[in-house]
Structures are given as C-alpha cells and as structure tokens.
Design a protein around this ligand. Structure first.
Ligand code: ADP
Length: 482
C-alpha cells in the first residue's frame, strides 16, 4: 500500500487529539484480505483507554456545544474537503484492508464525504418551534439541544461511510463522539481521525479507539456519560448492545441485518432489472446489508431474466481490488467464504441448480465465484438467512399477493427492491412491503439526502437526510409565564 501521503496511515489510536498506543503496549496485525499481506498494526485497547476517550469527549463537550452551528459547520466543511483531497489514498487504504475494488472504494469516499457536507449544512437548520400557550399568560417554545457524549460502533463493509454517517450528524448537532471501528478496517477510521484533526475539529470531539470489542463495547454501553450509541452491524450484537445500554437508558440507533427481496414482475424492463440486480447483489461482493438476498422473478419472465442475469454475471472479473478492471474483490475472511459455501451446498442439496459460478474462485484465499442459483425454494437457507456474499438465488413466483407474502416472510425489514411498470401495481407493492426502504426500478438507494434505516429486526432509527440529525438532538420544551 503506497500512499501519496504516508502520514495518513496511523498505527496508534486517536484519543483527545493525541496519537496513543495501548496501555499494555499490545498491538494486532491487520491483513489485506486479497493477499494476506500485513498492512500494519493497531493498538489493542480496553476499558481504561475507552474511559479516557469518554472523559475527553465529556471535557470537550461544553466548548463544542457552545459554538454556533455555523462555526461547527465550517470545520465539518473542511473535513469534507479533506476527504475529497485525499480520496485516492483513502480509497487505496480501504481496498487494501477491506478488499472492495478501487472504483467502489473511491465511490465510498465520495459517499462518506457526502454525509459530512450534508450535515455541515443541516447543522444550521436545527429549528425549534413555538406553540400557542394553553393559558393566557403562558408562552411555549421548543428548542433542540445536542444529546451530549455519543458513541459509535461500526462494521467493516463500509469502513468510511458507516463512520461519517454517524459522526457527521453527531458533530453537527454539537455532540462529541467516540468511535470503535471494525477490527478488520481500522486504518480508514484512523485516517478519518487524522483528517478531522487537520480540519481543526477540537481535541476530544472525535476519538477513534481500536482493540478489544467486548471491553470497549461494555465501557461505552455502561457509561452514564455516554448518552447515545449508534451501532451498525449484526442483529445479534445489536440486541446485546441494546440490553447493555438499558440500565443507563441510552438513546440508540441500530442499523442491523437485512434480507432484501428483489422482485421482477412480468411487465418489468428486464435489462434495467438485470442492471439493478447486478448493483443490488454484487456490489462489495454481496457484502452490504441492503444487498438483494432473495431474487423473485415472475413466471412469465423467469427464464429470460435468468439468462440475461447470467450473461451479466459471467462478465464480472474477480481479483485483487487494487488491480485494474476488477469488479469483485475477495470476501472479508474465511468465515464469510464458508457461509456462502454452506448456503450454496444447502440449496443444491435441496434441488437448486447452479447457473454460473458455484465454487471458491481458482485464485484461492477468500475469493468466491459470483454465483447464480435457479429453481430455489423457501425450504432453503438462502430464503431465510442473509448470505452476505456473491450468491444470487432466483425464486419463481406466479402472483403478486404470493410474492408480497414471501418477501415479507422474514424477521428483517431493511431494504426491498422491485421492477415493474404498472403504476397501480407499483403503489400497491411499495406500500405492502414491510421494509424501511424500497427501491422501485432501481437497485441503488443509498444517498445522504434520504433516511436510511430499517424496521423489525433490522433496527431502530434513521441515518442521513434531514431526519438523521434528530437522532443526536433532544427536544426541550420551555413554558414561560409572562
Ligand atoms: P460482522 O459480523 O459483520 O463483523 P458484528 O456485529 O460482529 O458484524 O460487528 C460489527 C461491529 O460490532 C464491529 O465493530 C465489532 O467489533 C463490534 N462488536 C462485535 N461484538 C461486539 C460486542 N460484544 N460488543 C461491542 N462491539 C462488538
């Protein structure tokens, strides 16, 4: 990994504006999932260092909160610009530690930066309200104030965007934040801290701590100083963290697993549906929580869709995401490969047929062939579990009510997609899908201007959009007798 600016690569944590090693001196190696090459080491911090980061965030809070929204906005704007100015290095760092193709990594840098830009602007639009008094002498106003010290725990699949989607609204609102990035992708997080530092974000306002997830998580959850936790990751861990936060009644945002249906109706534009399926399924090698997990195609176009989809998948190029022309990188680790293989084996054993792919890639390591399965049914694990890999099971359905029932037959409710052109069908289906986000005739729904989030076991709260900043604000009502 040869960076234009090597000073973006930090092997220490950023706490209270200082670069620090673990108290124990312990560090852990971070490997490139494409090559297994060691990229560097990061500290293994625990409870004591986490407490120091919380205390620093608490100490920094009064001055940060007291700035005008515009003053905070100016610093955030600079942070946004620095992400763009360093986009090539950030993208290379992300590809090196996470595996996604460089073009996708660059796309993520832009996406990550967009949250900072958006919330730098929203900071100035935190409006309150005035309410006609309930008695002649009463004047009622509602103001919004930052919740205080906040924490974020983030996953490896979007090493930059999952941090900025939380930190930008928090800092814009006047909160301070301690971030624990995923153990697989700490360098991107630490580079964001370096850029926050260069942007003039004051010491303690934004800290990044790596190490023992359980010790750091416990300390963040149990702390009465931390007033909010925002987590993106698996539903199991989200449930654990919610329970851990209960005694201190923290505000919570949880963006958890998905099991997205992708429905193609008989009247759909099939070429557009294939393009959408390619993005919704194979982006980041299938490792996003909004990835199409179950593809339902109506009987009249089933064979035609499978043929066109297979032709498109056959053109994907698997390899090290840092190389030119690669469209599918490695999976994050051996467990991820094993999960894809086990879903595939289960489906094939129960009668599914492999159309393309179907095995680990000849490159070995964590590479897996982009795969399509046909003749899939609801008895198979692919119908119920999130695969989180480049495996597309294609189910056949006959009628609309039946496919809506199947699409909703999951504990999850994050994203859903469908393709169809009958306007009354579009409305009916969009309303009937029990999901927080629905893409109609598009496979790409993520943007900083819209509220991202799920229902049911996919979580709580929304990120991005004008709603995203509300998660970091408390409402206060002031009743004045005149
Ligand atoms: P994934 O399976 O995609 O890695 P996880 O939910 O395990 O998803 O991880 C998401 C984030 O949650 C990571 O930063 C991880 O270190 C963290 N994490 C995992 N387990 C715990 C825990 N018990 N307490 C706090 N954080 C945790």
């Amino acid at each position: 990994m040869v960076l234009n600016d090597p000073s973006l690569l930090h092997e220490q944590c950023y706490i209270d504006g200082k670069w620090l090693s673990a108290n124990s001196g312990e560090a852990v190696a971070i490997a490139n999932p494409a090559t297994q090459e060691i990229l560097g080491h990061v500290p293994v911090m625990g409870a004591a260092e986490t407490q120091a980061a919380i205390d620093a965030a608490n100490k920094a809070l009064p001055a940060w909160r007291a700035l005008t929204a515009k003053e905070r906005s100016v610093k955030l704007r600079r942070w946004f610009e620095l992400l763009h100015e360093n986009a090539d290095d950030l993208a290379l760092m992300m590809t090196s530690e996470q595996g996604k193709p460089l073009a996708e990594a660059k796309g993520e840098v832009v996406y990550a930066a967009s949250f900072i830009e958006w919330f730098a602007e929203e900071a100035k639009r935190v409006y309150g309200d005035t309410i006609p008094g309930h008695q002649g002498d009463k004047r009622i106003t509602v103001i919004k104030q930052p919740v205080g010290v906040t924490a974020a725990i983030t996953p490896w699949n979007f090493p930059a965007a999952m941090i900025t989607r939380k930190a930008a609204p928090a800092l814009a609102a006047g909160c301070t934040m301690v971030v624990k990035p995923a153990p697989q992708t700490p360098f991107t997080a630490l580079a964001l801290a370096e850029l926050a530092h260069r942007a003039g974000i004051p010491d303690g306002v934004f800290s990044v701590i790596t190490g023992d997830a359980v010790a750091i998580g416990n300390t963040l959850c149990e702390s009465p100083i931390v007033r909010k936790l925002s987590f993106t990751g698996s539903t199991n861990v989200g449930i654990k963290l919610m329970a851990q936060c209960a005694p201190t009644l923290k505000k919570l945002s949880l963006e958890l697993g998905g099991n997205a249906p992708f429905i193609v109706f008989d009247d759909a534009d099939l070429d557009a549906a294939v393009d959408g399926a390619m993005i919704a399924k194979y982006r980041n090698a299938g490792q996003t929580c909004v990835c199409a997990n179950r593809i339902y195609v109506q009987a009249g176009v089933y064979d035609a869709f499978v043929n066109k989809f297979s032709a498109a998948v056959a053109k994907l190029t698997v390899g090290n995401g840092a190389n030119d022309g690669i469209t599918i990188g490695p999976l994050i680790n051996a467990d991820a490969v094993a999960k894809v293989q086990s879903h595939l084996n289960d489906a094939v054993a129960k009668g599914a047929n492999i159309v393309v792919g179907g095995k680990p890639h000849q490159l070995g390591g964590f590479f897996f062939e982009p795969t399509i399965l046909r003749d899939v049914d609801k008895t198979m694990r692919v119908a119920r579990e999130e695969t989180f890999g480049p495996l597309a099971p294609v189910f056949k359905f006959e009628n609309i009510d039946d496919v809506i029932k199947q699409a909703n037959d999951t504990e999850f409710g994050l994203a859903a997609y469908f393709y169809g052109r009958d306007i009354s069908l579009v409305y009916k289906v969009a309303e009937a899908l029990e999901y927080g986000m629905v893409g109609v005739n598009t496979g790409l729904i993520s943007t900083e201007v819209a509220p991202f989030g799920g229902i049911k076991s996919s979580g709580l709260g929304r990120e991005g959009s004008k709603f995203g900043i509300e998660e970091y604000l408390e409402m206060k009502y002031i009743c004045m007798s005149v």
